[in-house]
Design a protein around this ligand. Structure first.
Ligand code: FAD
Length: 279
């Protein structure tokens, strides 16, 4: 079964661009990806509300094509009144899906806020808006970087789902086994919500390495060594990356993953190439 035919299907994540050129490019990307009938698009959010206006603007322009678009919403650094206003604004605008996160506060940016963890945000959204929103939360098959242990993080993941999340999207990873292990353990603790793998297409090694260090995603040695060996040869990096990520997606779907969520970085081509390779 291909990802496109899958009941949960595929979804694509964007970030809010901050230039006119970036905004124009994103609409081309959206149009190219919309042809694959995604279940939804999502748009990231800067912690503490730092991209709030841009996130709202981007959500509104992306969803003009008629595809359900979910804003990400993080609670760290925000007060309940701000979050309540934002939820009301989204609901009044006909938005019915959210990705609920704790977020990471940029250094030097204010206090933690009233809600400390994503489970508290999910509880707050449910208390304020009942069942209006479909809520997705983050999952970490390789454990969140700040978690003292895998078990501790898993318990906190379960807490978020029990607070009322409908769906989980994972941090990206390159080990299918890490994903299957996480899903098995979460299901054994009673999680029934679908856990959708987050997929990062590989296009640029330096950026990928920097980002992976920050978010705790492991780049296996055999992938790292091969990418390093290509140096500045971006064509080879992209070809190898496409093969690695396509094989990963194929294995995930064959192993029962309920869909795929692509971190597109506002580019269509790398994601489309992976989708085209799936049997
Ligand atoms: P939480 O689930 O709250 O977990 C954070 C840490 O606290 C973990 O170590 C966890 O084990 C621990 N913890 C959780 N609950 C408790 C509790 N009740 N008691 C004690 N410890 C607890 N960041 C952004 O800024 N903007 C985005 O748009 C964005 N989108 C993302 C989308 C996805 C799919 C993913 C996977 C990540 C995204 N992130 C985004 C990154 C995310 O904000 C960071 O990973 C952040 O550090 C954790 O957010 P969380 O919602 O997973 O937090």
């Amino acid at each position: 079964m291909s990802a496109q035919e899958h009941p949960l299907g595929i979804s694509f994540e964007f970030f809010p661009p901050n230039t006119d050129a970036g905004r124009e490019k994103l609409l081309h990307t959206r149009d190219a990806l919309a042809e694959r009938n995604p279940r939804f698009f999502s748009v990231t959010y800067g912690a503490g509300g730092s991209t709030q206006a841009r996130t709202i603007h981007t959500v509104n322009s992306v969803r003009e094509c008629g595809i359900n678009t979910a804003p990400h919403l993080s609670c760290i650094g925000s007060e309940k009144t701000q979050l309540r206003d934002l939820l009301n604004q989204y609901r009044d605008n006909g938005i019915n899906s959210l990705v609920a996160l704790r977020g990471d506060l940029p250094s030097g940016m204010g206090g933690i806020g009233e809600l400390r963890y994503a489970n508290e945000l999910v509880e707050f959204i449910r208390a304020e808006t009942g069942d209006h929103f479909e809520i997705a939360v983050a999952a970490y098959p390789e454990a969140h970087p700040q978690a003292p242990s895998f078990e501790h993080d898993l318990q906190n993941f379960v807490r978020k789902v029990q607070a009322g999340a409908n769906l989980a999207i994972t941090q990206y990873f390159f080990s299918a086994d890490a994903y299957f292990h996480f899903v098995e353990r979460a299901q054994a603790l009673g999680v029934e919500a679908p856990i959708v793998p987050g997929i990062m297409p590989i296009t640029n090694y330096t950026k990928l390495a920097r980002f992976s260090d920050a978010c705790g995603a492991d780049i296996p040695r055999w992938i790292r060594k091969q990418l390093e060996a290509y140096g500045d040869d971006s064509e080879s990096i992209q070809a190898f990356g496409e093969e690695v990520v396509s094989n990963l997606c194929q294995r995930l779907l064959e192993g029962g993953a309920p869909g795929l969520h692509f971190y597109t970085l506002n580019q269509a081509a790398p994601t489309l190439k992976v989708l085209d390779n799936l049997k």
